[in-house]
Design a protein around this ligand. Structure first.
Ligand code: ZN
Length: 121
């Protein structure tokens, strides 16, 4: 027996509820990755200016803490279509996924554009 995760294909949102959820997950994903990537050089620059090891240690701990919160938030977010965790299937986890690992609901930009469904106000 071997472990082989089944990858569903990318699937566009089918109604306004799914579209709204997909847009929310997409924003959350962008926020988490932007923070993770952009804050590292900022901290390096602050480290060069303020040469205090204890101060930087505190900043890095805060940075890691917020990273953890953002990735857990995205990681445990339920899929708007199937209500399962978007980035986790059993023991398999993919924090970089652009689709639900259970039903394939896509949060790629190209799959959220030019849809015939409208967002409910
Ligand atoms: Zn799903």
């Amino acid at each position: 027996m071997h472990f082989s995760p089944v990858y569903p294909k990318h699937s566009k949102p089918q109604n306004s509820h799914e579209l709204k959820g997909a847009i929310h997950l997409r924003k959350l994903r962008i926020t988490a990755f932007s923070f993770f990537i952009l804050m590292a050089p900022v901290i390096s620059i602050v480290d060069l200016i303020i040469q205090s090891e204890s101060f930087i240690s505190v900043i890095v701990v805060i940075y890691m803490f917020f990273n953890l919160i953002l990735f857990l938030w995205f990681g445990f977010s339920p899929c708007p279509r199937c209500n399962e965790t978007f980035t986790m299937k059993g023991l398999f986890q993919n924090g970089f996924t652009s689709k639900c690992l259970h039903c394939g609901l896509s949060i790629r930009k190209k799959d959220l554009r030019n849809l015939s469904i409208k967002l409910e106000e």
